[in-house]
Design a protein around this ligand. Structure first.
Ligand code: NAP
Length: 496
């Protein structure tokens, strides 16, 4: 059970503690932040509201711990990460329980998130050993005007303290996707988990604690992002920010200092469907892509752009599948569960009301109980409706009918977002041309957008982000190149 057994030390009564210098502590603020169960809308857990002084202390400790960690052999860093991965997987049940209660993740998906996270940590350890063990060796005479008198040896060194801020929808997986690359590369970590999802993240951190990482290397401060976020992201002790979330990331990018930023932000992933597409395949992918975890995924299909000639058939197939989606509590592993908060549900409702007023066709009746919104397909959506452009982050999917592939590409590229997109066609030449034309970080051909597998590069352009994730890219993002140049007095021995 959450907060018991090996996790008992992370709680005090009904409050979860924060993690500093290898210890679980209560904040001196004496204040806590409530985590509301999205399904019951009652307080499920409480976490510490950390103070600015505590953040200062964490930064100081993380800085000192990093210096020693950078000198720890790479194989040893990998060994500890493998250990943490095994402990994480061993304790998948209590962590998944938190995901169900805090963010209403369906029970099976919650377990999958934890197992996937363990695999990500192990893969990162292996990849880090390979790529960080390599450097480059250059000689000077390849550049005009130089003799062979300079030898440049370059290797990768850590950045320092990495501030990791994940979003609510994958609080464990998107936390370890930052922690593991940072640690293998020799950095220390300050984690600020999302408020909804904080308790799952604290359990994950405890698995790293149990693995035996040095004190102070990994730290976790909790509190509302709106209250401690700016203080954290503008803190002079931070050497890199790895953030995943919504528009907040754009604001952080403007405020942060001259440090590397990894920003994975929102998306409005378009699904372009041509006349020759396999409509059964498309319908299955629209259901999986658009409605799994109630549409609360950055790479969810968020707008369908379908050729008018096949639109009626496709909409009928999708509707038949929508009717079979199970709506209800995450504990029962329902397909559609409550969205994360009341404000999120209100926002989604605002998009639905706007679409209604502007004449969209409702394929199902709009139904909401508390934070639970029934799946809804909106047909005949037009560009003047908000839902054509905004990210609902809920189980509501707009369909826009198009008359040419160019029209679909145009709509996709007119978006401020550019995370992923997908195209369905049997013509690989057309698929490649459309992929080239779509201004997104990734295009999937004949499948819904997806972030995994976790070693694939993953990136957004425009308002969808800066930099690239995926295990290899994240490791390379959390290091800098350091060179040593050996200068010789003369190009070579005089040979007899
Ligand atoms: P969010 O509201 O932007 O929050 C993300 C994180 O930022 C949370 O930990 C939040 O903490 C924190 N935060 C809030 N205000 C902050 C501030 N001023 N300074 C620093 N941190 C602050 O996003 P969300 O609602 O959790 O997640 C949904 C969004 O994430 C969607 O837009 C989705 O598309 C995007 N997303 C993107 C990816 C990707 O890889 N591209 C993946 C998943 C999700 P609190 O919870 O305490 O407010």
């Amino acid at each position: 059970m959450a907060g018991s057994g090996v996790f008992a030390e992370i709680t005090d009564g009904d409050e979860f503690k924060y993690y500093i210098e290898g210890e679980w502590k209560k904040s001196a603020s004496g204040k806590s932040v409530s985590i509301i169960n999205p399904t019951t809308r009652k307080t499920q857990y409480k976490v510490q509201a950390c103070t600015q002084e505590e953040v200062n202390k964490v930064m100081e400790i993380a800085k000192a711990a990093q210096k020693l960690w950078a000198k720890t052999p790479l194989w040893k860093r990998a060994e500890l990460l493998h250990k943490a991965a095994a402990i994480l997987k061993e304790h998948k049940a209590p962590i998944a329980e938190c995901l169900v209660k805090e963010i209403a993740k369906p029970a099976k998906d919650a377990v999958t998130e934890v197992v996937r996270s363990g695999d990500l940590v192990s893969y990162t350890a292996e990849e880090g050993v390979r790529i960080l063990g390599q450097g480059t060796y250059l000689v000077s005479d390849s550049f005009p005007g130089n003799e062979r008198t300079k030898y440049c040896l370059s290797s990768k060194i850590p950045l320092g303290v990495v501030l990791a801020i994940p979003p609510f929808n994958y609080p464990v997986n998107l936390a370890v996707s930052k922690l593991a690359p940072a640690l293998i590369a020799g950095n220390s970590i300050v984690l600020k988990p999302p408020t909804q999802g904080a308790v799952s993240a604290l359990h994950m951190v405890h698995c790293f604690h149990l693995a035996g990482f040095p004190k102070g290397l990994i730290n976790c401060v909790t509190g509302k992002g709106s209250e401690i976020g700016d203080f954290l992201t503008m803190h002079p002790g931070v050497n890199c920010i790895s953030f995943t979330g919504g528009d907040t990331g754009i604001a952080i990018s403007k405020k942060a200092g001259m440090i590397p930023l990894q920003m994975e932000l929102g998306g409005k992933d378009a699904c372009i469907v041509l006349e020759d597409a396999d409509l059964d395949l498309v319908a299955a992918n629209i259901i999986k892509g658009g409605f799994s975890y109630s549409g609360q995924r950055c790479t969810a299909v968020k707008v369908v752009l379908v050729m008018e000639s096949v639109a009626d058939d496709l909409v009928a197939k999708v509707n038949a599948k929508v009717a079979k989606l199970k709506v209800g509590p995450p504990e029962d592993d329902c397909d559609i569960t409550a969205v994360v908060s009341e404000s999120s549900a209100n926002f989604i409702e605002g998009l639905v009301v706007d679409a209604k007023q502007k004449g969209a066709t409702f394929c199902q009746e709009y139904k909401r109980e508390g934070n639970l919104i029934w799946p809804l397909l909106l047909d005949h959506v037009r560009p003047d409706m908000r839902i054509a452009w905004e990210e609902p982050f809920g189980p509501v999917l707009p369909v826009i009918r198009i008359t040419s592939a160019e029209e679909g590409i145009h709509h996709c590229n007119a978006s401020n977002f550019g995370l992923q997109g997908c195209v369905f066609t049997k013509d690989i030449n057309k698929a490649m041309l459309i992929s080239d034309a779509m201004e997104t970080g990734t295009v999937q051909i004949n499948s819904a957008p997806a972030r995994g597998p976790d070693h694939f590069p993953f990136q957004g352009i425009k308002d969808s982000g800066i930099g690239s994730q995926g295990i290899t890219n994240s490791i390379n993002m959390m290091v800098k190149v350091k060179s040593t140049v050996i200068n010789l007095p003369c190009p070579s021995y005089a040979m007899g």
